[in-house]
Design a protein around this ligand. Structure first.
Ligand code: PEP
Length: 254
């Protein structure tokens, strides 16, 4: 049985007091939830990590980014060792904002995956096509290529902790969501890719989240798709009440 997961990506939003208030509200909400079957992660910015982690009781805090070198002259960067030092063990890798705005290449993303897995972190690897790619009908091959570029240096055993997030770039922060058909067929494609390139066992184990303008209005239909195992939520994760509603939609399914 795959894990059901709802994760919130705060990006470069909120301040320390907001993080503490959010944690208190979410703790309270989760405490009074009967059917707490969904794993919940929140990814605040670096400066909020410690306050958020100290206050998170029923959910886990992870980092949005890190630099895949152990230590050294990399001004402004944060290593996985430093994240470990904050008692963290979950990271997002390959988010389209990092790929596009910060020119993170497939090779660099693979390096980050190595670093995360080597250090026993759970990576959430994001993949997703742009609107051009979809309009040209190349979305399935594009996603296969992104998966191959990130994962081809690993074996199935090394990838047991991996979580994937399908996040079509055209749906992120746009208010446009993939339809249930588009989400389900891509998640099926990703699972078949994992079966063909690794094993059915691994493909059945890896949770594949959907991300892109997911909110409390559309979460139920998206999460009801058999191959959608949860969501990576941006904008709608900034408010504890909204985020809790999305989590409870997941808790209420299956
Ligand atoms: C994201 O950036 O991972 C995301 C899914 O954002 P939003 O929900 O705001 O589209």
């Amino acid at each position: 049985m795959r894990k059901k997961i709802v994760a919130g990506n705060w990006k470069m939003n909120l301040l320390k007091d907001d993080a503490i208030r959010f944690a208190e509200e979410l703790n309270q909400g989760l405490f009074s939830t009967d059917n707490r079957t969904t794993d919940v992660f929140v990814f605040p910015g670096f400066t909020l990590l410690e306050a958020a982690r100290q206050n998170a009781e029923y959910f886990k805090i992870g980092a949005q980014n890190f630099y895949p070198k152990q230590s050294g002259a990399f001004t402004g960067e944060v290593s996985i060792e430093q994240l470990k030092d904050l008692n963290l063990d979950v990271v997002i890798i390959g988010h389209s904002e990092r790929r596009i705005l910060f020119n993170e290449s497939n090779q660099f993303i693979q390096e980050k995956l190595f670093s995360a897995l080597d250090n026993d972190f759970t990576p959430i690897l994001c993949i997703g096509e742009t609107l051009d790619v979809r309009n040209n009908g190349h979305h399935f091959s594009f996603i296969s290529e992104q998966l191959a570029a990130a994962l081809n240096a690993f074996n199935a055993h090394q990838l047991e902790k991996l979580i994937l997030a399908y996040e079509p770039v055209w749906a992120i922060g746009t208010g446009i969501t993939a339809s249930t058909e588009q989400a389900e067929e891509m998640h099926c494609h990703i699972r078949s890719w994992l079966t063909n390139n690794f094993s059915l066992e691994l493909a059945e184990k890896i949770s594949i989240l959907y991300g892109g303008s997911c909110n409390e209005m559309n979460a139920k239909e998206l999460f009801s798709c058999p191959n959608v195992d949860g969501g990576l939520i941006g904008g709608a994760s900034l408010n504890a009440k909204q985020f809790l509603s999305i989590i409870n939609i997941m808790n209420g399914l299956f």
